[in-house]
Design a protein around this ligand. Structure first.
Ligand SMILES: [Zn+2]
Length: 227
């Protein structure tokens, strides 16, 4: 019900034009629906609507191609006129952390518990969260968690992000099927996707033979190899 409502609001926002977005809606996460190159025009509208600050004026003066500057200026501009996006971002990151915590159980039971996964909000558009290690390293090549995702999609990407970050940062192939995985002559860079989504359930997959291993959160040291 709640998800459907969100989806409906999203479609409505597109059909009536994102230029009607108010600062409060923007700070609450609706900026994800407005491409960054339109942010200066949005700022200009807010100025005409009576909001005013130096950073808002700077944002309004940017050309549409200056997306890097717009990404930096927008949070400042919103805060300067009394709307702080940190709360919505914090809520979104917490949702992603809850998904990562489910994946963490699988790391713990398969002997990889020393890798503690943290939700990292990357700067960009739309807002995206990745699984990061405590030292701040992470991989952003795929598996981004975004605000509009339902819980299953979020968990799907959380699992993929954990697997991708371990692989790209530490060259660790995880999880590995206890039956088909771990052959010394097989490169960790070959093989299929580690995660699948079937009937709304997120599964770990055997990257060698393609069969399902276990639902994410229910992996065991029997189905996956331990170090
Ligand atoms: Zn297998």
């Amino acid at each position: 019900m709640f998800r459907g409502l969100r989806g409906g609001r999203l479609n409505l926002a597109i059909s009536i034009g994102n230029w009607r977005l108010r600062p409060g809606q923007a700070a609450a996460g609706a900026l994800d629906d407005v491409p960054v190159d339109q942010w200066p025009r949005l700022a200009a509208r807010w100025l005409r609507a009576g909001f005013g600050s130096e950073s808002l004026r700077q944002l309004a003066r940017l050309r549409s191609g200056e997306t890097g500057a717009a990404l930096v200026l927008m949070p400042q501009a919103l805060r300067s006129i009394g709307f702080d996006p940190a709360a919505a971002d914090g809520e979104f990151a917490a949702r992603c952390q809850a998904a990562l915590d489910i994946v963490q159980r699988d790391l713990d039971v398969t002997g990889y518990g020393r890798y503690r996964m943290r939700a990292y909000l990357a700067r960009g558009w739309p807002s995206a969260v990745f699984a990061a290690l405590p030292d701040g390293s992470y991989w952003s090549g795929a598996w981004d968690m975004t605000r509009r995702m339902d819980d299953a999609s979020l968990l799907f990407n959380a699992a993929g992000s954990v697997s991708g970050t371990l692989k790209e940062v530490h060259e660790i192939d995880w999880p590995v099927c206890a039956i088909h995985g771990g052959h010394p002559e097989t490169s960790i860079w070959d093989g299929g996707e580690p995660v699948g989504l079937t009937d709304g359930v997120v599964w770990w997959r055997c990257t060698r033979a393609g069969h399902p291993l276990a639902p994410v959160g229910q992996l065991t040291a029997k189905t996956a190899k331990t170090p």
